[in-house]
Design a protein around this ligand. Structure first.
Ligand SMILES: [Zn+2]
Length: 348
């Protein structure tokens, strides 16, 4: 019997969870879980893995479930990259573990994280994922499926994790004890990602930062000097946000140290954790900028409704949207923002 609490950490993904619960009864060799960060993909993979190795199908109460949830069960492994991509030496242990028999459970579960970034090592993994031994189950996690992964996608059962609806994020935050007004604000700015929503909810500077972005149109005076000062101010904002993230990272590291004390530490585990923390910090800065640009666009949209000559506000909205799109190309962020503000200042 699957306990209802098994997927408690996966918020607002009823369809995906129902799919996984059905799959656990007669699992196939590979699943592809697709969704942006914060939509519950990682949590769902861990719960599903527990369902696959626990004799009771993921009871959450037994010692096997406990070890899967703590990340120390020998038949459940998360494989994470330490660099920008999975490297050859990180592939080898995956292939080795895939070919071996389970240590104690009826099967073993290999979770491949960030598979959308695996491109170079793809052919070697494809073969392993296509034809694993009958006791091996692959859980392939990806934020999206680029064209080069379409072959592997066709070999897996695909389960999608769409962004969590704003209302569900809000309710989940309130259930976690967040003040209702803060929860509503944060849910609107979270873009359907629970991880970001939780981080914003624990960040007292959130409202202030949003207001700073919304105040930009009123502060621009058409000079480059003002644009420059504003850009500096806005980019300094996220620094206050790094504190809650750093606190979470410290807690994760402490948990790892405690696990290591009880069960011993797997080689490379600490390095993987630190690499993930660095990625999360980079992502946070980009997320913040996206959030700021959205707040800025909101300010121009508000102007639009009271504008007698909407041309300037429309042009401003277009400029902000272009800057937003440019973010995917990893630009020099200060330059991008300065150029945007100079342009907006000239629009008046
Ligand atoms: Zn159990």
């Amino acid at each position: 019997m699957t306990a209802p609490g098994l997927y408690a950490a996966v918020v607002g993904q009823e369809r995906a969870v129902a799919h996984l619960m059905a799959a656990a009864r007669a699992p196939v060799h590979a699943y592809l879980l697709v969704g942006p960060p914060g939509t519950g993909v990682r949590e769902a993979a861990r719960s599903f893995a527990a369902a696959l190795v626990c004799a009771e199908g993921g009871c959450t109460q037994c010692e096997v479930c406990g070890r899967v949830m703590a990340g120390v069960h020998p038949d459940v492994r998360f494989f994470e990259r330490t660099g920008a991509f999975l490297r050859v030496e990180e592939i080898r242990p995956i292939l080795e573990m895939a070919s071996r028999s389970p240590v104690e459970a009826p099967r073993k579960v290999l979770v491949l994280v960030d598979f959308h970034l695996v491109a170079e090592q793809y052919p070697r993994l494809l073969k392993a994922i296509e034809e694993p031994p009958p006791t091996t189950v692959f859980l392939v996690l990806a934020e999206h499926v680029p064209p080069e992964l379409s072959t592997i996608a066709s070999r897996c059962v695909r389960i999608d994790f769409p962004p969590v609806p704003e209302e569900v994020v809000r309710e989940a935050l309130v259930a976690e004890g967040v003040n209702a007004a803060v929860a509503a604000d944060v849910a609107a700015a979270s873009a359907g990602r629970m991880d970001r929503a939780r981080l914003l909810a624990s960040d007292p500077g959130f409202v202030q930062r949003r207001e700073a972005w919304r105040a930009v149109p009123g502060r621009l005076d058409g000079t480059g000097a003002t644009a420059f000062v504003l850009a500096e101010e806005l980019l300094a904002g996220p620094e206050t946000m790094l504190a809650p993230l750093a606190a979470r990272h410290a807690a994760e590291l402490a948990a790892l140290v405690e696990r290591a004390r009880l069960y011993g530490e797997r080689a490379g585990e600490r390095k993987e954790l630190e690499a993930r923390h660095k990625r999360e910090e980079r992502r946070l800065r980009t997320d913040e900028l996206r959030f700021g640009l959205s707040a800025l666009a909101g300010a121009y949209r508000d102007r639009l409704s009271s504008d007698r000559h909407p041309g300037a506000s429309l042009a401003a909205l277009e400029a902000v949207a272009a800057a937003h799109e440019a973010l995917v190309r990893n630009p020099n962020v200060p330059l991008l923002l300065q150029a945007l503000l100079v342009r907006l200042g000239r629009l008046g």
